[in-house]
Ligand binder design. Structure first.
Ligand SMILES: O=C(O)c1cc(C(=O)O)c2c(n1)C(=O)C(=O)c1cc(C(=O)O)[nH]c1-2
Length: 246
């Protein structure tokens, strides 16, 4: 049986998981940020990532539905508002669609999810199932990859703006708000986890939840790499350049 960690030691363990497994280490991101992808490969990334964006408020609604404490729900519901907005034309999903618009992908095709890779769909669904089925503590812990996202988002915006003439600050505007939202959300979730994971079992469970979530992110990039970089095996039904108006 492993010993009970202090809150500080638990935080260090969680940060170590990020250093070892976060998707900033994935080669696909090196290619994306370094300007080594074609416009079609960037399109494939944006099209597939739409599924992740669209699933985030659904998984957060599942988390809110499991919270007994109104104070906690008030805080967590902000995440849903950030992605859905308060009115049509607002929110993170809409801003993601400005990126896919800017890349010339038809909106109805993106939103239909028809061209997404099967593994993208499975990974995203696994995240939603995880927060429904596991404890609230594990569900909250699974959001902790956001501790590590501001760094990669800064690298992405700088790299993509410098390296692709088809990318503009406007098409990448989705990421502007994430730079303040992600630290706010991650700080809250980390504090919650440190206060509630106070036994060896619950500490092991939150570490496993964070590893699981790193796998959800990693698997999506593996799928993109396999289909659109090398060996370039695009599954039946998944988007191909020139199809569906893009
Ligand atoms: O661009 C990225 O690398 C990245 C990573 C992550 C993450 O680490 O899960 C999120 C986001 N972006 C993001 O935009 C976002 O809204 C988001 C929500 C969540 C979550 O688990 O609740 N992660 C992420």
């Amino acid at each position: 049986m492993s010993p009970v960690l202090s809150p500080g030691a638990l935080e260090e363990q969680l940060r170590a998981i990020g250093r070892e497994r976060y998707h900033d280490l994935h080669p696909f991101h090196g290619l994306l940020h370094g300007g080594h992808l074609s416009k079609d490969q960037v399109r494939a990334w944006a099209l597939n990532r739409y599924l992740y964006q669209a699933a985030i408020p659904i998984k957060d609604a599942a988390i809110v539905a499991r919270m007994d404490d109104p104070a906690l729900r008030r805080i967590w519901r902000q995440r849903i508002i950030d992605h859905d907005g308060n009115a049509p034309g607002e929110g993170g999903i809409e801003r993601w669609l400005r990126l896919t618009d800017g890349l010339g992908l038809p909106r109805d095709y993106v939103v239909s999810r028809r061209g997404a890779l099967p593994a993208t769909r499975f990974a995203v669904e696994a995240y939603v199932h995880f927060v429904r089925e596991r404890s609230l503590l594990e569900a909250i812990a699974s959001s902790l990859t956001e501790l590590f996202s501001p760094n990669i988002i800064s690298q992405r915006v700088t790299g993509m703006l410098a390296n692709y003439d088809f990318i503009s600050r406007q098409t990448l505007s989705y990421f502007d708000d994430r730079l303040t939202q992600a630290p706010r959300d991650a700080d809250f979730a980390l504090d919650y986890v440190k206060r509630h994971a106070t036994t060896a079992d619950t500490q092991a469970a939150v570490a496993a939840a964070l590893r699981f979530k790193c796998d959800v992110l990693w698997a999506q990039l593996d799928a993109l790499h396999f289909a659109y970089v090398a060996p370039g095996l695009i599954p039946p039904g998944a988007w191909r350049s020139g199809e569906n108006g893009a």
